[in-house]
Design a protein around this ligand. Structure first.
Ligand code: GLA
Length: 387
């Protein structure tokens, strides 16, 4: 990949001394729509991600080229004008990150030339958080800024919340920044306490299925779910001293459910509370080596996201249910925000090829276009690649 990136950079900007960076995508094993509700999440990085090649320049201009958007050509960002512009597409994420650095008092006193290439399929595997953290690690290196990864994780989330307009939680940025080879992370989004958990799956592997149903979070009902949970929390707070839905046990929720007077809001809150507890149980199951239980909890998570949280869709359901019918599949659910995007399944190693071929066929017959499948390798979080 590095040779390819170098060729792209040289073609666009000419031959120069360059540095290389990589930022992964992520898959969430379980704990969905819990991260902005003060709950737990259990994601890992994936080997697909975003690559960047960069070299300083002497101007006050950042030149941006993406091999994924060749028609966009080189987009020039004036360091004195970082306003959002629809037509700048992916470059807006870079502008949003720079604004965060400036807010922290880090000044960029010259520009740089950048070429990127990503191989994360769109929707559900966090291509935007991958890009945000890529820009963070590049800026830190190019300008020699002194700040730690956790700070950059928080700044990247702020880009989404303040600049892009998505009220997301911190899961994606956290795992992409803090990820560790062969480990998932169990993260308490309330306290940001976390554990790197070795992902030992024995005879099983994680299989991602991409529905190829595209969506962006900005045009989905993501922010609506966020506000619904905020309202449900406020209703609970009339009765209870809690700071998030993640503070509640199932018993506490059931005892006080009457405080939420709207049926839809009650369903949203129920998902947030049960999914948080399910995530903790999944961790216990994994630690006990009980993968069957882990898979069962994944299935339960999907039902809750479909029925109570209503963020699944025909494409995700079709793929998930086709998966579950196959021998060797012990759990399958949607992953990420939903409304399209990807599924994640726990599949017996020696069944993977057969499962992919049968599920591909069922999916295409039912939906009318193909899905894609990817095995998961877990690498480190975002950083510089050796030259
Ligand atoms: C998106 C958001 C995350 C999280 C998931 C749903 O990926 O960026 O913060 O809320 O959806 O679990």
């Amino acid at each position: 990949m590095k040779q390819e990136l170098k060729d792209i950079f040289y073609k666009v900007y000419g031959e120069r001394q360059v540095s290389y960076f990589f930022s992964p995508g992520r898959v969430n094993l379980i704990g969905e729509h819990t991260d902005y509700n003060g709950g737990h999440v259990f994601p890992s990085t994936i080997s697909l991600g975003t690559y960047g090649v960069v070299s300083s320049n002497e101007d006050m201009i950042i030149r941006c080229y993406s091999d994924n958007y060749p028609a966009l050509g080189i987009v020039e960002v004036d360091l004195n004008d970082l306003s959002f512009s629809e037509s700048d597409e992916w470059v807006n994420y870079l502008k949003g990150v720079i604004i965060q650095f400036k807010k922290k008092g880090f000044e960029l006193n010259h520009g740089f030339d950048l070429a990127i290439k990503g191989n994360i399929p769109g929707g559900g595997l966090s291509s935007s958080a991958s890009l945000e953290l890529l820009v963070c690690v590049m800026l830190r290196k190019v300008y020699g800024f002194d700040l730690d990864m956790l700070e950059m994780v928080k700044m990247s989330r702020a880009v989404e919340n303040e600049y892009i307009g998505v009220n997301c939680g911190i899961m994606d940025q956290f795992i992409i920044g803090m990820g560790k080879k062969d480990h998932a992370i169990l993260l308490d989004t309330n306290t940001l306490n976390y554990k790197h958990v070795p992902l030992e799956l024995g005879d099983y592997v994680i299989l991602i299925g991409n529905t190829n149903k595209k969506r962006t979070l900005a045009d989905s009902k993501y922010n609506e779910r966020f506000s619904e949970c905020q309202t449900a929390l406020k209703m609970m707070q009339e009765k209870l001293d809690i700071s998030s839905l993640g503070d509640m046990s199932i018993e506490c929720f059931e005892e006080n459910a009457g405080a939420i007077t709207d049926g839809v809001l009650l369903k949203r809150a129920r998902h947030a509370v049960y999914e948080n507890q399910r995530t903790l149980k999944s961790y216990d199951a994994l630690m006990a080596g009980d993968l069957i239980e882990f898979g069962r909890l994944m299935n339960e998570s999907h039902e809750s996201l479909k029925e109570d949280y209503e963020v699944s869709c025909k494409e995700l359901d079709t793929m998930v249910y086709a998966m579950r019918e196959q021998e060797g599949v012990i759990g399958s659910r949607m992953t990420g925000a939903g409304f399209g995007g990807c599924t994640v399944s726990l599949v017996k190693k020696d069944s993977v090829d057969k499962v992919i071929s049968v599920v591909s066929e069922i999916y295409e017959n039912e939906i009318g276009y193909k899905g894609d499948f990817h095995g998961v390798e877990i690498g480190n979080g975002a950083g510089e690649l050796e030259a």
